[in-house]
Design a protein around this ligand. Structure first.
Ligand code: ACM
Length: 533
């Protein structure tokens, strides 16, 4: 902030700034909470928007004597322990987790019309209760409870509070069962710790699928015992020529375990038959001409293909899918299938006809990028649409036709929720082949009506991919993901009736201080009325 002395002749400059900030509600002067800071967050001011909110009654106040009551199976107690762990650093309270007593913060399972992931939150003077049919529902309810507390609850040192939750009831359940975030760990490698950090960030918005793009031209990132050079050599570099890396099987299991503890299912992707230079470089015999190409550290696409006529290709595919399926408790295995520009259409169809049954043989359901709809999607397969508003009608119709024939769709329109698109021409990281995607544009579309001719039930959900040709650090990921990831998560969770940019931008603005507290360096879009820092 820059001001001229002449405009504030009797106010010292620094104090003037502080008073302005305080008037804007962005700063409390000293540790004593201001009246404004003490008002609890209204129950509807969370992201994703809850399905239904009935405000009223006295707020609940968390105090030094509050207990977290988790009565039920061990998993309920684990979620209670997770919640207490979130709240202890900033409150400084002991928050014991117990199955005894009355009042406090209570987590309970009960039968009822909650669905597989819904929950009810009731808050009043005597306590807060989260009720759900499943632990997943309780976990999502915990994320709502968290957002109803002041943003400073996310800090790792003791904060002044008070820690109030507005009175009333939230009744909530998701619009779609599949609410995904994809991370490209191939173009740049991200460590287990970095992936866990992203998992925690997306879990706050009730995302429940973590799609890992594990292989591409620039790097193979998962250990395969029967083809060890895929990781040791194919994983040894990345875009720009850096060291790359790969997950050992133990690393990968740890990602899967951690994701599950945040109620995310991991969807591993091996992209085939294109985007395979790292594999082709690792094993000469996978190439039609028997010659291994060099490793690749650029950013072109569409130049590589597995050798569809060679039998060894299917030995390779079988081994990779078998080992990956064995590491994967989740239902899905993503086989890519995009941008196979160096594979003839006939070969593409032949390849997909042979590979999809392999996925089924190892007990998994196929997901493919939407080009799979140009072949013969297997029964039960899901296609992930990554076109644009302006994609040719014939291509959209091919996807819609597959949907009418029973193929489920995951929507990832690139000019809406590809998180690597630049926000504006001034955004330094990112790409812009799908256009510039400001925050409003990424939020303002309806997954249920996005592709013409698609039956409503065919849309299984929404996924926000984060490609990493230009991103090499967690700070880079976070700057591109936030705030847009929150909007994609809301499109996946919230009822269409809640969709309203003007209301959303206010709820989104309230996330800014939370991201600050969490150390997430986000894009402060001028479209969003962020509180002053
Ligand atoms: C893609 O962006 N090639 C799926």
């Amino acid at each position: 902030m820059r001001r001229h002395h002449s405009t504030t002749p009797r106010t010292p400059r620094v104090l003037g700034c502080l008073l302005l900030l305080a008037a804007a509600g962005g700063l409390s002067l000293g540790p004593a909470p201001t009246a404004q800071a003490a008002a609890p967050t209204p129950l509807h001011r969370v992201v994703p928007a809850p399905a239904s909110v009935t405000p009223g009654g006295t707020p609940y106040r968390i105090t030094r004597t509050t207990r977290v009551r988790a009565d039920g199976p061990a998993e309920v107690r684990r979620i209670g322990t997770y919640l207490a762990g979130l709240l202890r650093p900033a409150t400084g309270y002991p928050l014991p987790v117990t199955d005894r007593g009355t009042g406090g913060i209570r987590l309970r399972l009960a039968s009822g019309d909650f669905g597989a992931e819904g929950y009810r939150l009731t808050s009043g003077a005597g306590g807060v209760t989260l009720t759900a049919r499943t632990p997943a529902g309780l976990f999502h309810g915990v994320q709502t409870l968290r957002q109803l507390l002041p943003a400073s609850v996310e800090r790792k040192t003791v904060q002044p509070g008070p820690w109030q939750i507005a009175g009333g009831t939230v009744q909530d359940r998701p619009r779609y069962a599949y609410r995904g975030a994809m991370l490209d760990v191939s173009r740049h490698f991200f460590t287990v710790a970095q992936v866990k950090r992203y998992i925690d960030q997306v879990a706050l918005y009730k995302v429940n699928e973590l799609h890992l793009h594990l292989s591409d031209d620039q790097g193979w990132r998962i250990a395969v015992d029967s083809w060890p050079r895929l990781a040791s050599y194919g994983g040894s570099t990345q875009v720009g020529g850096g060291r790359g890396g790969f997950y050992t099987k133990a690393d990968y299991r740890e990602i899967v375990r951690y994701a599950a503890s945040r109620y995310l299912e991991v969807v591993p992707e091996i992209d085939m038959p294109g985007h395979t230079n790292a594999a082709l470089a690792s094993y000469a015999r996978l190439n039609c001409d028997g010659v291994a190409p060099p490793l690749y550290t650029g950013t072109q696409v569409g130049f590589s293909s597995l050798c569809v006529p060679k039998e060894v290709t299917y030995d390779f595919v079988d081994d990779v899918i078998r080992e990956l399926a064995a590491l994967t408790p989740g239902r899905y295995l993503h086989i890519g299938g995009d941008e196979a520009h160096s594979t003839s259409h006939t070969d593409y169809v032949r390849f997909m006809d042979r590979v999809q049954p392999v996925v089924a043989r190892y007990g998994k359901t196929v997901i493919g990028w939407h080009q799979l709809t140009g072949a013969h999607p297997a029964r039960g397969a899901l296609a992930q649409y990554w076109g644009l508003d302006g994609t040719a009608a014939a291509e959209k119709e091919q996807v819609a036709q597959a949907a009418r024939n029973g193929t489920g769709l995951i929507l990832s329109p690139a000019d809406r929720i590809y998180l690597d698109m630049k926000y504006t021409s001034a955004t330094r990281p990112g790409t812009k082949w799908a256009g510039l995607v400001e925050v409003r544009r990424s939020y303002d579309w309806n997954p249920g009506a996005y592709l013409p001719g698609v039956p409503g039930g065919a849309v299984r959900g929404v996924e926000a991919p984060l490609w990493t040709e230009t991103l090499a650090t967690s700070a880079g990921l976070e700057y591109m993901a936030f705030p847009r990831l929150a909007g994609a998560a809301e499109l996946g969770w919230s009822p269409a009736a809640t969709h309203d940019w003007n209301a959303y931008k206010v709820r989104l603005a309230a996330q800014g201080p939370r991201w600050d507290a969490l150390g997430i360096r986000y894009y402060r879009s001028p479209q969003v009325p962020w509180p002053a820092r």
